[in-house]
Design a protein around this ligand. Structure first.
Ligand code: ADP
Ligand code: NA
Length: 290
């Protein structure tokens, strides 16, 4: 079975600076590290690290072959990554000595996906496959409609949050991932609590407090405490969590077990600086003694 992930691919350019640059200021950065990021890429790598077959649907620019190469090295099926004329998406991240950061994202190729390419990528997909997406690309609704029409399990990680974007796809969803703030924003925008949403499974992640799973079919609500760790960098924890849940379900695990594995993977991720490049694999998760 395949997880088709329609998602962003970014270069995370992390600059270490003595202080964050202000308006009109010029500043020399001490170091630059270039990592693979973007919620889409992070989730695809998490799916692959968790032993699922994941086909990433996305685009990079002429400067983005290194990102495709890295995704491939991490086990992601990259055949449905298009070459766009736009620059590869990137995040310019300044981090100061106190750990405070400021981030500027350029979506670039992530907003240049064509519906034809998505249709082509989904050509062989069927009801045993899953479709995952986030709010960092264009053509989300078109992709979700195609997947739903094929009977695929449709899952949405509603980040970065936009109430209109969630509303547009809500009727197509089988599974919705929200963090605590997103869940609150959605409740305010729709007047509906997670357990009353028209989506069979809703998972609200709560950072260091773990997560809560609502099964709206049965009305069951289940809490999963986080694994206590010393946090170093929470970047990508939510994306790792989502990818692991999707992969667990794909491998036939019941939801509670998939969430259990995802919780351990996300905890490891919190202890590692970086994004896609440091997502743990199943072996790391099994060996993890936290
Ligand atoms: P997001 O990064 O999308 O905002 P969360 O911060 O809710 O998502 O984190 C997602 C999951 O990662 C949580 O449900 C939890 O399992 C794990 N996690 C996040 N922060 C911590 C932490 N400080 N310690 C342990 N686990 C964490
Ligand atoms: Na995160």
């Amino acid at each position: 079975m395949t997880i088709y992930n329609l998602g962003s691919i970014n270069a995370d350019l992390v600059y270490r600076v003595p202080h964050l640059p202000g308006p009109g200021g010029t500043l020399a950065a001490r170091t630059l590290t270039r990592g693979l990021g973007g919620k889409g890429a992070n989730m695809s790598v998490a799916c692959a690290r968790a032993a699922a077959h994941c086909r990433h649907i996305g685009a990079v620019g002429p400067d983005g072959q290194w990102a495709v190469q890295r995704l491939m090295e991490y086990g992601v099926d990259t055949r449905a990554i298009a070459n766009a004329a736009e620059d590869t998406g990137h995040a310019i991240i300044a981090v100061d000595d106190s750990g405070e950061n400021s981030i500027m994202i350029y979506p670039g190729a992530n907003q240049a996906l064509s519906e034809e390419e998505i249709a082509l990528a989904l050509e062989e997909a069927g009801p045993e496959d899953a479709f995952l997406f986030q709010n960092e690309t264009n053509a989300q609704r078109a992709g979700a409609e195609m997947a739903s029409a094929k009977g695929m399990r449709v899952a949405y990680a509603a980040a970065p949050f936009d109430a209109g974007a969630v509303r547009a796809v809500m009727p197509l969803l089988d599974l919705l991932f929200l963090n605590e703030v997103e869940a609150q924003q959605l409740a305010e925008a729709t007047g509906t609590a997670p357990e009353a949403l028209p989506v069979r499974d809703v998972i609200v992640t709560l950072g260091a407090r773990g997560c809560r799973w609502y099964n709206t079919d049965t009305g069951a609500v289940q809490d999963f405490p986080a694994v206590p760790v010393q946090p170093v960098d929470t970047t990508g924890a939510g994306d790792t969590f989502t990818g692991y849940v999707m992969a667990g379900l794909d491998r036939g695990l019941p939801m509670a077990q998939a969430i259990g594995q995802a919780t351990r993977a996300a905890a490891i991720m919190v202890t590692r600086p970086g994004a896609a490049d440091v997502i743990p694999d199943l072996r790391d998760v099994q060996d993890f003694s936290g």
